[in-house]
Design a protein. Structure first.
Length: 294
């Protein structure tokens, strides 16, 4: 790891806040509400590992498409299916291509007739935000009968105050796949709402990870020489790798944390295989790592 890191860029989900009972729960329950069945929450990580699912709406669409295709005789386990998706480049386009390849035309037509991405998105947003926040942020009436409070209220903060204080010695930024309004809620909760707008890149601001555009933009705004990017997925590590290629005059290091979908020894191995500079138990270990390298 570079000994002179001057800029720290953070992902939000799984790094600053725990989203196991919010975003991931919303993925599973949205598909179940719309289509009557879904996958287990643990299955979602296999889609994440396939790449291209940094946006949880996209993940919801993919899980729904797999669920409908499986009902029509797809005949592939989640593990086998996502391995094929990964080999096809990852992301929703790869899911659609694999489904199209494995189903006969009649079954494929039935699946696509039932697959309604916009309805899945609005149900997801209501479950995640709750009725009141849905009306505020979506500017419309939620699609379901009244629900309990939104899952967004069940996101434990992972970033400890002492860690934030230590990290304020560095230039700070955020690159997240969240919509900007939802990112703002999380950043206020963890105490990072002081960041200027140009240091927070959200879903609306351009291509998602692992495209390096947002990470490079934050580095440019910070006039960085050496950047540490902390995330909880393999796409986050690939983003740092891609940034090194796109912006070779700066040093970029990808660091994985084990507080998201990747956990324990298997998660650590996957990060290392992806080229992570370091793997931490949580974001709260980052100041010590940076101090040791200084």
């Amino acid at each position: 790891m570079s000994p002179d890191a001057d800029t720290v860029v953070l992902d939000v989900d799984g790094v600053l806040v725990d989203v196991a009972d919010s975003y991931r729960r919303a993925v599973v329950e949205s598909v179940e509400r719309v289509h009557g069945e879904s996958l287990d929450r643990d299955d979602l990580q296999q889609f994440k590992d396939a790449g291209g699912f940094n946006n949880d709406w996209t993940l919801t669409y993919a899980v729904a498409l797999y669920t409908l295709a499986y009902r029509e005789g797809l005949g592939r386990s989640v593990e086998t299916f996502t391995d094929t998706v990964a080999a096809s480049g990852g992301g929703l386009e790869a899911v659609e291509a694999v489904v199209a390849d494995l189903l006969d035309p009649d079954a494929r037509e039935r699946v696509y007739d039932e697959w309604d991405r916009e309805h899945l998105r609005t149900v997801f947003q209501q479950l995640y935000l709750g009725d009141e926040r849905y009306r505020e942020l979506e500017e419309g009436e939620p699609p379901l009968a009244s629900t309990r409070r939104g899952f967004i209220e069940d996101e434990p903060v992972l970033l400890q105050p002492g860690t934030l204080e230590a990290l304020r010695e560095y230039e700070l930024g955020v690159v997240t796949g969240r919509p900007r309004a939802e990112a703002a809620i999380a950043l206020e909760r963890v105490g990072l709402d002081f960041l200027p707008e140009e240091r927070v890149h959200a879903m609306e601001d351009g291509p998602g990870k692992p495209d390096p555009t947002a990470l490079v933009a934050v580095a440019e705004d910070a006039d960085a020489g050496s950047v540490v990017f902390v995330g909880d997925t393999l796409d986050d590590i690939e983003t740092a790798t891609n940034a090194r290629e796109a912006d070779p005059d700066r040093d970029y290091q990808g660091i994985g944390v084990l507080t998201g979908g990747l956990t324990g020894a298997p998660g650590r191995r996957k990060y290392e295989q992806q080229g992570a500079t370091a793997v931490l138990d949580s974001i709260n270990d980052l100041p010590d790592l940076l101090d040791d390298e200084a």
